[in-house]
Design a protein around this ligand. Structure first.
Ligand code: AMP
Length: 288
């Protein structure tokens, strides 16, 4: 596996590969890899001739009081995982090479970044989109892989691709979960043992929506909220039932619907969602 750090070297390689007519799949990550990332990489390997993975803890997507400094970093372990998956190239740019001396040129995603997570993290999605735009320009992939776990992020990136006319196909892969249903996340490593147990309630509450999909929106929300509020470790930030295509409000429990939430457990903030698509009422990532 090739490890590339300078932006100009990554640029040269992707230019070279363009000429060779091979398809490039790209998986952007912030490292601290887990099976959620592994699943995106497997999808990419399956659908492309070459797979690039980036590891870059993007400072622009963290607010001033957030966990940028303590975000988990495990470079050796990440490289072992990527080697075992036979990833072709890992791109690990440094901060200055990506951002220069300032960050004056940036992508603004508008209203799509202001709802849900954008309420408590007002600059988050502009920061994500700015760095993903740079990565797309450097890597020039045919397909880029994102997780449904970060549903709003995947929609913001799709919107950016559409509106800024990138020729990238954005592929959204199902959420990978722990045995008790907790969505895998690099931030799960922050949880103490009792917090970790309590965190499993989030998926239990989301799944309750499947049994309630004939109810009206308000009763469905109330029921899910009451399950979460009964768990003393959990502090619900938002719970919304929305159209998964664009996160617009739903008037009734029409399918498809996305049930999205964010909650704090101690100092850790977790997000999750399920999408109920069909009359079978199974969420599309139902592994349990
Ligand atoms: P991150 O390293 O947290 O920025 O995530 C990199 C990519 O992995 C993003 O597209 C995430 O949505 C995706 N991802 C993170 N956790 C999961 C998960 N549990 N299942 C599937 N994809 C995930």
């Amino acid at each position: 596996m090739q490890i590339i750090r300078p932006v100009k070297d990554m640029h040269s390689l992707s230019k070279l590969l363009r000429i060779s007519d091979k398809s490039i799949g790209f998986v952007p990550t912030m490292g601290a890899l887990h099976d959620g990332h592994v699943s995106l990489i497997r999808h990419s390997k399956h659908e492309n001739d070459i797979t690039f993975v980036s590891i870059y803890v993007n400072p622009l997507q963290f607010g001033p009081d957030e966990d940028f400094d303590k975000y988990p970093r495990q470079r050796e372990k990440d490289l072992e995982i990527l080697t075992s998956l036979e990833v072709d190239t890992v791109f690990i740019p440094d901060k200055k090479d990506m951002l220069g001396d300032g960050d004056t040129t940036s992508v603004h995603v508008g209203l799509a970044g202001k709802k849900l997570c954008g309420i408590s993290r007002p600059d988050h999605f502009n920061g994500v989109a700015t760095v993903v735009a740079k990565l797309f320009n450097i890597v020039d992939p045919d397909r880029a892989y994102f997780g449904q776990k970060d549903l709003q992020q995947s929609l913001v990136i799709k919107q950016m691709v559409r509106e800024l006319k990138y020729g990238v196909n954005v592929v959204v892969c199902p959420t990978v979960r722990e045995d008790d249903g907790l969505a895998m996340s690099s931030r799960n490593s922050y949880l103490t043992e009792p917090e970790r147990k309590a965190a499993a309630t989030l998926y239990k509450a989301l799944k309750r929506a499947i049994d309630l999909s004939d109810a009206d929106i308000t009763s469905m929300k109330n029921e899910i909220e009451s399950i979460i509020k009964a768990e003393p470790f959990l502090d619900l930030e938002y719970l919304d039932i929305l159209n998964p295509e664009d996160l617009s409000a739903l008037e009734s429990t029409d399918l498809p619907m996305a049930i999205c939430l964010a909650a704090r457990i101690g100092k850790t903030r977790l997000i999750d969602n399920i999408i109920i698509k069909s009359e079978t009422k199974l969420p599309d990532d139902c592994a349990l």
